[in-house]
Design a protein around this ligand. Sequence first.
Ligand code: NDP
Ligand code: 8X3
Length: 251
Amino acid sequence: MLTTFITGATSGFGEAIAKKFASENHRVIICGRRKENLERVKSEIELDTKAEVLTLCFDVQKKNEVRDAIASLNDEWKNIDVLVNNAGGAHGFSSIEDGELNDWDEMIDTNVKGLLYVTKSVLPLMKQSENPYIFNIGSTAGKYVYEKGNIYCATKFAVDALTQAMRIDLLKKKIRVTVIHPGMAETEFSLVRFNGDAERAKNVYKGLEPLNANDIADVVAYCLNTPKHVNINEMVITPTSQASPYYIDRK
Ligand code: NDP
Ligand code: 8X3
């Protein structure tokens, strides 16, 4: 049984990863800003499994909130084995001359700085672990830049670079570090990107079968369940209908 810490567990990939870990009898610390969603995910896990669940409500953009939330963990929860840096998203879809500065800040502050703040506070709690593991959720947007993806792509390229940096700097601590790069997956991602426009969000996946959150949770669990001497450096996962951001087969 491992103690796992998952950011962005109030929906999408994070929620599915928490449920997957719980189904494999791991303890889960689920994080996010939406308290009501954290409570919903906690009760659903408790209904379906015997796993222990702890909720932590904080905004990864706020370094003091991150530090205080993680410092508030009591001794029972203070030894963490697995960190999943998943909180993040895209805000807006505009060419670089039309982008909104607030959207840019939001993406950089969440996808890059948030990931760093959480990692910095969780790392000291991983010292006792016999199977320490960090997952960073990147994106195919961190492998290929696409039109109007600009800042979002840049943040995900940064996640890729930071994953490599972590693997190097944490080498002697035997912490496994993996970046997961999903392609098109139907979660709340597009709803957030298009600021709540459900119609526009739905159209992103028109005519193809996108990935779903459980597909990504299965891949994360697969990596975690490999033997401790195996470090999967990265996984790039797309729907079968997507070869790259520009090659998509829609019916
Ligand atoms: P969702 O929008 O469903 O989930 C995003 C999660 O991140 C939510 O739980 C949200 O929680 C949390 N989050 C966002 N901002 C903050 C913040 N400032 N502080 C704390 N938590 C935050 O989308 P996905 O599940 O799809 O996205 C998860 C990750 O996967 C993201 O990093 C995204 O970039 C990446 N990704 C998504 C792909 C897709 O096509 N869906 C493909 C490739 C990568 P709350 O709002 O409650 O705080
Ligand atoms: C989300 C996938 O293709 O919208 O990271 O950038 S994409």
